[in-house]
Design a protein around this ligand. Structure first.
Ligand SMILES: [Zn+2]
Ligand SMILES: [Zn+2]
Length: 111
């Protein structure tokens, strides 16, 4: 994630649900990750989501690829795989994995 950072640090003031913040701080403490690092990671991902191709494992940014007109999935820029080439069972598994991302990002990874 380092390559997306600019180097200089800005102060961010946000208002977050008390319980959510408390639980996040506890979880961050357990993992020994500074909360600011977590927020930075999330914001970097939110701005430029990076995913891995389910077929070849290539990591790519959602901005680097187009959606397949037939299945609506992002096409891998390296091997061009999309949802058209997988079984219904595999497509369902991938769909719910991606749903975790989309719940987290409060929307589609790419429109
Ligand atoms: Zn691929
Ligand atoms: Zn497709």
């Amino acid at each position: 994630m380092n390559r997306r950072e600019g180097g200089t640090k800005d102060r961010l003031t946000v208002t977050i649900d008390h319980l959510v913040l408390q639980r996040a701080k506890e979880a961050a403490d357990r993992k020994r990750i500074p909360l600011s690092r977590l927020i930075e990671n999330f914001l970097a991902f939110f701005a430029t989501p990076e995913v891995y191709c389910f077929n070849c494992g290539e990591q790519f940014q959602s901005t680097e690829t187009d959606l397949c007109l037939k299945c609506g999935w992002m096409r891998c820029p390296k091997c061009t795989a999309c949802g058209c080439s997988v079984s219904e069972e595999t497509a369902a598994a991938i769909f719910y994995m991606r749903k975790v991302y989309e719940d987290l990002l409060a929307g589609r990874i790419k429109r």
